[in-house]
Every structure is written in C-alpha cells, then in structure tokens.
Design a protein around this ligand. Structure first.
Ligand SMILES: Nc1ncnc2c1ncn2[C@@H]1O[C@H](COP(=O)(O)OP(=O)(O)OP(=O)(O)O)[C@@H](O)[C@H]1O
Length: 317
C-alpha cells in the first residue's frame, strides 16, 4: 500500500472577504489568495514553496497548519484535514516562522523548551533524550541558560528549531528559516536540516526568499504565482522554464566606452567594470577582449535560480 502523502492538496482555494467604505455605504470585495492548487508531497521530501510577494505562500502555510480553513477544494496533511484536526496534527508537525519566535521571551531557552514539552505532552525521559540530541545537533549548549531575549538571531532560530522538533514531528514547515542570518548561521541551519531529513526522513516544506537555501536543500520546487501553481518540478526544469543568459564581467584597467565584443550585448558599465550578456559562445568574446583591450580580470557568471525566478516574475507581471 502506498504511504500516506505528507501533503495532498486538490483544487485548494482560499478567498478573503474585505468590507470597506463608510458605515452606511459598506462594500464587500473578495480577494482570492489561492485557487485551484493541486500538489502532493511524499514523506521524506524537501520541497521549496516559492513565489513573489503576495503570491499566496503564507495563506497556503496557514491552511496546512490548520490556522485557516480552505474555502474550496481538499487538503490533507499526514492524512488529516488540518482545520478539523488541529490538535492531532500539531502533535505531528513542527512549524517555524523566521520572523517570529514561539519561545518565551523572558525565560532561559532551556525552560522555554521544557514548557514546549508540556504543550506537546512529551514524556520526561523522551524529552531529555531528544533535548540532548538537539542540543548537540544544533550546538545549543553555550546558551541553553540564556534568556531568549538575549539570544542572537541565529541562536534564537536554532532554539526555535529545537522547540519545533522536540516532539519529533513527521513534517516540518519552515517560513523563511534563514531570514536575517549571517552566512555561518545559515550554513549551520541548512546542514542541520539536511541531516535531519537524512536521519529521520522528516518531510520539510519551506518558503524562502533566499534562493541559496533552495539550491542547497531542495530537489523539488513548487512555484506559485497569483495564487495558482506556476511550476512543480526539479531545479533543472525551473532553469529551462526561463533560461537566463550567461554574463561576462570584464574588468578593464580603466573606464572605457562600452565594449563591442562578438557574441555579446553590452548591459551596463560601472567604472572600469562592464557587464556583457552572452548571446553566443564565450571563447570568441574572451579572445577579442584579451586581444584588443587592457584587461585586469574576466569572470563568467552562470545564472542561478535567482536569475531564473527574476525573469519568470518579470515575464508574468
Ligand atoms: N487576512 C487577509 N485578508 C485579506 N487579504 C489577505 C489576507 N491574507 C492574505 N491576503 C491577501 O492574499 C494574497 C496572498 O497573500 P499571502 O500573504 O498568502 O502571500 P505571500 O506569498 O505569503 O506573500 P509574501 O511573500 O509577501 O509574504 C495577497 O493579495 C494578500 O493581500
């Protein structure tokens, strides 16, 4: 028998009704935040849920966690309808919002985590073993006794991840988990998530505006735009959807007129640096640059997912 999907959404939709205007001339307006969404996430997948601002990501996350009820379609998370089975579901999912903490601000991190244990009714022995494991994996030991309000953003995020994972959930929902973090903290969190997924087969769904999170963590991307599914597939397929050109960055020894090199189109200049879009093979352009101009350095920039999404979003808007 196939395993129950971690998430199954079918024709999923959510409207909001807004009432505006003065008291006697109130008008009602319907905003469709999400509509006709179909996707399934299998247990153990790590999936990026992406989209431009206002695309409907948070609305979907709120429906997945049972905070909002869908106005259309079907949604099952770990075999349950989230809005109807909120408590049962809470025991099996962990949620982290990068912009908000679920920890108690004035309590030391350790006490906050103990309170979380009571919320999820985790037996004491299981809690101790799990906390030891998470303390090690997330390197919490140095600040377990520090009040949450005194933690750095990176430490707080590691604390929030521990709180979300103490009850060993099957599904982890992350909303911007690396927002505002420096590169060292980001890397530590990404490595931790990859390990968690490999060791415990935890399904992870994450929204992020940091596309290096996606490149490091996710093989699959679901892209939504104006509330509907715009793409569901792997990263290579996403690149193919809106192929972004390669860029040749030429550092001259002094500022100069725009370069006219074979198979390139001049994009912009800044001081002695020029950006050229490659419309053909790079070799003739590089050879011509080296032969005819005083070059200090040359770099070939391969497009990343960031460039692909920027082109996609521009095309759609
Ligand atoms: N409670 C609400 N009442 C009315 N409209 C809402 C509500 N929540 C969201 N919307 C609208 O629904 C649409 C989708 O919003 P949502 O917050 O889900 O987008 P998002 O993809 O998470 O955006 P962002 O990346 O900016 O957080 C937007 O047009 C938003 O204004």
């Amino acid at each position: 028998m196939p395993a129950t999907p971690a998430i199954h959404a079918q024709d999923l939709g959510r409207d909001f009704t807004l009432t505006t205007g003065p008291l006697l001339r109130r008008t009602r307006r319907t905003i469709t935040a999400v509509h006709g969404l179909d996707f399934t996430v299998a247990p153990g997948e790590i999936v990026a849920y992406l989209g431009p601002n206002g695309a409907g990501k948070s609305t979907t996350m709120k429906m997945l966690t049972g905070i909002l009820t869908p106005t259309r379609g079907h949604l099952h998370v770990l075999g349950m309808q989230p809005a109807r089975r909120r408590t049962a579901l809470a025991a099996r999912i962990g949620v982290v919002f990068g912009q908000r903490t679920t920890l108690w601000w004035d309590l030391p991190l350790r006490d906050s985590l103990t309170l979380t244990r009571h919320l999820y009714r985790v037996p004491a022995a299981t809690h101790t073993a799990r906390l030891d494991e998470l303390t090690h994996a997330l390197d919490l030991a140095g600040f377990l006794h520090t009040p949450v309000r005194q933690l750095s953003l990176g430490q707080r995020m590691r604390g929030d991840l521990a709180a979300a994972l103490l009850h060993d959930p099957d599904l982890l929902v992350l909303d911007e988990p690396t927002i505002g973090l420096d590169i060292v903290s980001k890397t530590a969190i990404r490595e931790f998530l990859l390990n968690l997924n490999a060791r415990r087969n935890t399904t992870i769904l994450l929204t992020t505006h940091d596309l290096s999170d996606v490149e490091r963590l996710c093989r699959r991307v679901i892209l939504i735009d104006h509330g509907t599914l715009a793409y569901d597939g792997d990263l290579d397929g996403l690149h193919a959807l809106a192929p972004a050109p390669r860029t040749l960055i030429v550092d001259l020894q002094a500022p100069a007129d725009p370069l006219d090199l074979p198979g390139t189109r001049h994009l912009r200049s800044q001081g002695p640096r020029q950006w050229l879009e490659l419309t053909g093979a790079p070799a003739p352009a590089i050879a011509a640059a080296a032969a005819h101009h005083p070059i200090a350095d040359l770099t070939l920039h391969e497009p990343g997912i960031e460039d692909v999404l920027a082109r996609l979003y521009r095309g759609r808007s």
